[in-house]
Design a protein around this ligand. Structure first.
Ligand code: NAD
Length: 268
């Protein structure tokens, strides 16, 4: 059964909506007859995206790291909709600052957008969503890199690990409300062609992520881990269990990429 938050006429807020998965989610929600506030920092791309999504889309330029921008979004939507959104998707991302040599500025920016952008979105709408008593969903977008922590991208991995931790805590907290109507979920796309990247065999398209997410929400899943054309759900499970095993088996950190773990992982 489709989650009741997705009723026609309800509002959805999607960040990072000008491109990729955010744009595909916005299109899907608009096609369901929902009103969709599409938030992005890139005004030009956002305008193109909202034009394509159609009449249900409302473009709102917002840098998710800025609380003043979120205050504007809240005020605008109070005027336009009169009720809080039923669906909030914190999807915006920066991939700035890759390795350990990243400038402190890049570390800070990644933390501000990828972590605080999510926190700011939840702080902006959670209370109103809960007190409305209406069914609501808060969906934060993480990454497998925030779970299994592959080497090479410490900045991004750190921020996505934080999104996982934060979203688990949020869902636990939301569960404490008597007659709770709002739940949180962690959406974890696999390899997905987004932005201006050329589509390669093995990658999923954003619409596949949307379909996978909708089916998982219908089942009530908290962890929504998408496979892709190269990595199956079974392989994801093995990788996640292996990463947890580094701790419980007292292995070296990230043993999947260390001589002691590489072969053992393959053999299991
Ligand atoms: N594409 C993948 O393979 C993949 C894999 C795993 C996880 N993810 C996650 O999925 C989500 C969407 O990824 P994508 O590949 O569709 O992204 P994308 O790069 O295609 O689009 C990101 C959007 O976020 C916007 N943005 C950047 N900084 C912003 C800010 N400060 N405020 C508001 N908007 C801002 C950009 O302008 C852009 O429109 C991200 O959270 C990403 O970490 C993606």
């Amino acid at each position: 059964m489709t989650h009741p938050a997705f009723q026609a006429g309800n509002g959805a807020v999607v960040t990072g909506a000008a491109l990729g998965i955010g744009r595909a989610l916005s299109q899907h929600f608009a096609d369901l007859g929902m009103k969709v506030a599409m938030l992005d920092v890139d005004a030009g791309r956002l305008r193109e995206a909202t034009d394509a999504v159609g009449a249900n889309a409302l473009p709102l330029v917002c840098d998710v790291s800025q609380t003043a921008d979120w205050d504007n979004v809240r005020r605008t939507l109070e005027g336009a909709w009169g009720v809080p959104p039923s669906v909030l998707v914190n999807n915006a991302v920066t991939r700035t600052g890759r390795g350990f040599d990243a400038d402190p500025e890049d570390w800070r920016r990644a933390i501000d957008i990828n972590i605080m952008g999510v926190v700011n979105g939840v702080r902006c709408f959670r209370d109103a969503m809960e007190s409305s008593g209406r069914p609501g969903l808060i969906i934060n977008v993480g990454s497998k890199q925030g779970i299994t922590n592959p080497p090479g991208h410490p900045v991004y991995n750190l921020t996505k690990a934080a999104v996982k931790s934060y979203t688990e805590s949020l869902e636990h907290d939301l569960r404490q409300a008597p007659d709770r109507a709002v739940s949180a979920h962690l959406l974890v796309p696999g390899w997905t062609t987004t932005g201006t990247a050329e589509h390669k065999p093995g990658a999923w398209l954003p619409d596949q992520v949307v379909d996978h997410m909708m089916a998982a929400l219908d089942r009530g899943s908290f962890y929504i881990i998408c496979p892709d054309g190269e990595v199956s759900t079974e392989m994801d499970k093995r990788r996640i269990l292996w990463a947890a095993g580094d701790i419980t088996e007292d292995r070296v950190a990230l043993s999947r990429w260390h001589e002691t773990g590489k072969a053992a992982f393959k053999d299991r």
